[in-house]
Design a protein around this ligand. Sequence first.
Ligand SMILES: *[C@@H]1O[C@H](CO)[C@@H](O)[C@H](O)[C@H]1NC(C)=O
Ligand SMILES: *[C@@H]1O[C@H](CO)[C@@H](O)[C@H](O)[C@H]1NC(C)=O
Ligand SMILES: *[C@@H]1O[C@H](CO)[C@@H](O)[C@H](O)[C@H]1NC(C)=O
Ligand SMILES: *[C@@H]1O[C@H](CO)[C@@H](O)[C@H](O)[C@H]1NC(C)=O
Ligand SMILES: *[C@@H]1O[C@H](CO)[C@@H](O)[C@H](O)[C@H]1NC(C)=O
Ligand SMILES: *[C@@H]1O[C@H](CO)[C@@H](O)[C@H](O)[C@H]1NC(C)=O
Ligand SMILES: *[C@@H]1O[C@H](CO)[C@@H](O)[C@H](O)[C@H]1NC(C)=O
Ligand SMILES: *[C@@H]1O[C@H](CO)[C@@H](O)[C@H](O)[C@H]1NC(C)=O
Ligand SMILES: *[C@@H]1O[C@H](CO)[C@@H](O)[C@H](O)[C@H]1NC(C)=O
Ligand SMILES: *[C@@H]1O[C@H](CO)[C@@H](O)[C@H](O)[C@H]1NC(C)=O
Length: 585
Amino acid sequence: MAMFELRLVLICLLFRLCFSEDASKYVTLELSYITASPLGVPQKVIAVNGKFPGPIINVTTNENVIVNVRNKLNENALLTWPGVQMRRTSWQDGVLGTNCPIRPGWNWTYQFQVKDQIGSFFYFPSLNFQRASGGFGSFVITNRKVISLPFNMPDGDIVILMGDWYTRSHTALRASLDSGKDLGMPDGVLINGKGPYQYNASVPNGIEYETINVDPGKTYRVRVHNVGVSTCLNFRIQGHNMLLAEAEGYYTQQSNYTSLDIHVGQSYSFLVTMDQNASSDYYIVASPRFVNQSIWQRVTGVAILHYSNSKGKATGPLPDPPNDVYDTSYAVTQAMSIRQNVSASGARPNAQGSFHYGQIQVTETIVLKNVPPAIIDGKLRTTLNGISFVNPDTPVRLADKFDVKGSYKLDFPSRPLNRPPRLDRSIINATYKGFIEIVLQNNDTVVQSFHMDGYSFFVVGIAYGEWTQNSQGSYNKYDAIARSTTQVLPGGWTAIYVSLDNVGVWNLRAENLDRWYLGQETYMRVINSEPDPSNKTEFPMPDNVLFCGALSHLQKQQDPSSAASINGWSTLILITLSAMISTWL
Ligand SMILES: *[C@@H]1O[C@H](CO)[C@@H](O)[C@H](O)[C@H]1NC(C)=O
Ligand SMILES: *[C@@H]1O[C@H](CO)[C@@H](O)[C@H](O)[C@H]1NC(C)=O
Ligand SMILES: *[C@@H]1O[C@H](CO)[C@@H](O)[C@H](O)[C@H]1NC(C)=O
Ligand SMILES: *[C@@H]1O[C@H](CO)[C@@H](O)[C@H](O)[C@H]1NC(C)=O
Ligand SMILES: *[C@@H]1O[C@H](CO)[C@@H](O)[C@H](O)[C@H]1NC(C)=O
Ligand SMILES: *[C@@H]1O[C@H](CO)[C@@H](O)[C@H](O)[C@H]1NC(C)=O
Ligand SMILES: *[C@@H]1O[C@H](CO)[C@@H](O)[C@H](O)[C@H]1NC(C)=O
Ligand SMILES: *[C@@H]1O[C@H](CO)[C@@H](O)[C@H](O)[C@H]1NC(C)=O
Ligand SMILES: *[C@@H]1O[C@H](CO)[C@@H](O)[C@H](O)[C@H]1NC(C)=O
Ligand SMILES: *[C@@H]1O[C@H](CO)[C@@H](O)[C@H](O)[C@H]1NC(C)=O
């Protein structure tokens, strides 16, 4: 095995074959528990390759990504890559409707291409509430050199993973929800896995905080992700303008913000110029939104921006959050101000806006309504159109291939119905090549993040109140941002357009972990009914597919211990050899 790989590397390096257009990136990610005290209280967190947060995966447009995930947790796990479109291969998406879980002690290798994409994303463990204990990391898709950026090349790339955090583990949080209890207020906000800087006496002593080191005069690309459980965070950097440049893989019209609301699961990149005089360090703040901020004061993340010529520590009060308690238009206006730069090139040389989505005939409108958690069959559950989703025992596409009946139902209602809520396995029968409108109506009292796998969608409208047909008149049909996670305001609606060009089975969910866990999700089955012998529209089932449910008998046992050591050695040899060869050449 190792010898074969060695020869392959030699051939690749000598003839530069394998590193031409669609190169491959090999990554191993091992999930395990470590003890850490991000808020001063020791707790079990999920590390990736021993680190919390996990390593950055940094790939280039069109690269093939081969990720061997080793599960050293004591429960099932899967990693998922929201926003990365997994084109033609929902087999690699890493959620229970598409993949069987990786059992404790086992490993599984994902393989997908980051086809025609650029942008800032993150990965996280999708099962069992694990994201609340960590396991996440940044996933960057860098543009190919031949495609120009719509801004000057930044002097550096900075990643910020922020999120609300509980000192209780994901298993304890799960137990709360299972017993019908709300999670309550989080214990804090972490920035890159670290607690708040002691900006005043309300922050306990001895908490390790994050410091971002910069040089005066330089411009950095700051990629910011909300990886938390359920809290929307307002992000700001004291004394600095943040020029918004990208949202989940699409370049925005560049515009300065002093602060921006970043909802759970959302990602942005900002260009920040270090144009202050460094009379002191500066605060980087992530404070809670859509809650009573005076009660939620401890739920605030504070990191430090440190200029190399800084003359002292950051002092004084934190920069103010938006003051919009009595101004509901603020959140709507800010959300709709994030627009696509239609003339910029994205992953390809042609302009991002050349799709002209506003001129396409909508083939179907689906209204998805969520309501506050309610008791169904004696348990607290959440719903979409009255259906609280139960994951299939056999993933949908696997059930299709092996003709397993009853794994799921194609009867998801396209409108909220006047009938009692229920637990079910209903998914959406979507039409391949359709161009659909989805209206998300949030009847819950908390702000929601809605996420769709496999696609980016156009966010054409966000407003308070009840959506009606007339609301369509207010849509942005010209330069709406395309992204994969959008907010839906409490008592409000969000309308999106999606072009169903990616065959597969794709998860639609609340990215708020508690709402998702309680059943606020479904899938969209987008299937090409035409014969496709060349597998152009959907990749075949991968050879290493894991089996479970009705197909458990097809699964071979794994002996993880032997695989681990082989992998370690071959990687070491490969790295050493590649280094040697590069020096020779
Ligand atoms: C598990 O990892 C080993 C290498 O460490 C690899 O050879 C094997 O293919 C992996 N198994 C799966 C199912 O991906
Ligand atoms: C949009 O992209 C173009 C092309 O790269 C760039 O020149 C322009 O500055 C961008 N405009 C805005 C407002 O971001
Ligand atoms: C990703 O890689 C590119 C070069 O390919 C580099 O310029 C950039 O700084 C890297 N970004 C991160 C966040 O590591
Ligand atoms: C700490 O700072 C917050 C926000 O800046 C303020 O509301 C609070 O009163 C301060 N608390 C103390 C103990 O100084
Ligand atoms: C954004 O703010 C910076 C100063 O921080 C300024 O130099 C720049 O011109 C502003 N850009 C836009 C598009 O407003
Ligand atoms: C640096 O900025 C601070 C705060 O804006 C200001 O008080 C101070 O005078 C400035 N110092 C210089 C040398 O410009
Ligand atoms: C927030 O909570 C404080 C303290 O309980 C209360 O006095 C205040 O009215 C609340 N603010 C809002 C907007 O509800
Ligand atoms: C799903 O939709 C297709 C048309 O797109 C239709 O032919 C098929 O009968 C539908 N299946 C079910 C179970 O409703
Ligand atoms: C929920 O829906 C009901 C009935 O349509 C409506 O009266 C109520 O205002 C809605 N509440 C929210 C928070 O949207
Ligand atoms: C398409 O996939 C099937 C398995 O699903 C395989 O048998 C067939 O050889 C593939 N066709 C091509 C052209 O790769």
